[in-house]
Design a protein around this ligand. Structure first.
Ligand SMILES: Cc1ncc(COP(=O)(O)O)c(C=O)c1O
Length: 383
């Protein structure tokens, strides 16, 4: 058995243009002194991939720059990012205020999982700033909102929510998945922590599952510890793919937003559609606010309601296979989903009704392809 690692191929003065991939789960070290220096952060290096590895570190550095953050940590999914963040900031009897329009699994994480550890969450309408102000009268550890809510695309007033939270020493945490840091940088608007499902537009090709927490201040060591101990860390290959996707993020988000704006107008008033929701439309309840929170575009997500409910949705899906029914978002090409049976499947019927998540609601994740192709396919679906 050879006990010496194989010689690396020398690169001389050359270096690879594309980032190298380091799939190694563990690193070799010359002696205990070297291990101590790495553990004590006296020199760079890696030991065990669940703690840290070069591909996660590189992706985190690029995402920090994009978010305007002091630091970032990449996790194995968006839910892992939220879990790490919540575990690192709360303890039994901590009180959380959360938007009452969140991704279904996020609501479940708060109401069903964290509650098992004695963390109490109150859900409220975060577009009602007076209600938020009143709720903050009682001490809260953090306020959690989505920049653009899933699925009905309400926009959060991050600047004012940050002011309200900070007056009472609460942290403002923003899930920025639908906006992406290209359109909205929550940290620059006053948020303390931002979370992204990197799975979606950031990675952009539906071939990785990853998450991100970015922020400033003291929390990074705590987050890294939680991530390592609970096992939330991301795989090197996923990080490598996400970094590749990141290279085209800006151009993808701008083109997809442009397409979404055209499609939202085109869908309005068409036969069989009872409402179209898109923050870029003048009749959207948060249109003006979206103009302040998002720059140069209103995002790639739009929703429309089909008269005829579930049956009409099934007809649409069968007649428009070119817009795949694919319950995620942020792919290069346009896909659609049905929130009532997917992202919000486990939300109670009464809660769905309150939010306006109807059986006829289709959520479109608009891609970067020629918009005419999407229009033609939508027309087939609506025929
Ligand atoms: C707004 C939002 N936040 C968080 C998540 C969770 O991300 P992931 O699927 O990467 O765990 C999702 C997933 O759909 C989402 O839509």
């Amino acid at each position: 058995m050879a006990d010496v690692p194989p010689a690396r191929v020398p690169l001389g003065s050359s270096s690879p243009l594309a980032s190298p991939l380091y799939p190694s789960a563990v690193y070799t070290l010359p002696d205990l002194e070297a291990l101590d220096r790495i553990m004590n952060a006296e020199e760079p290096g890696f030991i065990y991939a669940r703690d840290a590895h070069p591909n996660a570190r590189e992706l985190a550095a690029r995402l920090s720059a994009l978010e305007g953050a002091e630091w970032s940590i990449v996790t194995s999914s968006g839910m892992a990012a939220l879990s790490a963040l919540l575990l690192a900031t709360t303890q039994p009897r901590s009180r959380i205020l959360a938007s009452n329009r969140l991704y279904g699994r996020t609501s479940q994480l708060l109401a069903q999982e964290l509650s098992r550890y004695g963390v109490v969450t109150e859900f409220l309408d975060v577009n009602d700033l007076e209600a938020v102000d009143r709720a903050l009268d009682k001490p809260a550890r953090l306020l959690l909102v989505e920049t653009v809510s899933n699925p009905l695309l309400r926009v959060a007033d991050i600047s004012n929510l940050a002011k309200l939270a900070h007056e009472r020493e609460a942290l403002l945490v923003v899930d920025n998945t639908f906006a992406t840091p290209i359109l909205t940088r929550p940290l620059e608007l006053g948020a303390d922590l931002v979370m992204e499902s990197v799975t979606k537009l950031i990675a952009g090709h539906s071939d990785v599952t990853l998450g991100l927490v970015a922020g400033r201040g003291e929390l990074l060591p705590e987050l890294m510890q939680v991530s390592s101990i609970w096992g939330f860390s991301a795989s090197p290959f996923d990080c490598w793919l996400a970094e590749r996707g990141l290279q085209t993020l800006e151009i993808r988000v701008r083109q997809a937003s442009h397409n979404a704006q055209i499609l939202a107008k085109w869908l309005q008033g068409r036969r069989g559609i009872s409402r179209v929701l898109y923050p870029g439309l003048r009749d959207h309840p948060d249109h003006r606010l979206a103009g302040k929170m998002m720059k140069d575009g209103y995002g790639n997500m739009l929703c429309f309601d089909l008269e005829g409910g579930r049956e009409a949705v099934n007809r649409f899906l069968r007649q428009a296979p070119g817009i795949p029914f694919s319950p995620s978002l942020g792919h290069t090409t346009t896909t659609c989903s049905h929130p009532a049976t997917t992202s919000h499947r486990y939300v109670s019927p009464a809660e769905k009704q309150r939010q306006g998540i109807t059986e006829g609601l289709i959520r479109l994740s608009v891609g970067v392809e020629a918009v005419e192709l999407v229009q033609a396919e939508l027309a087939k679906g609506l025929a």
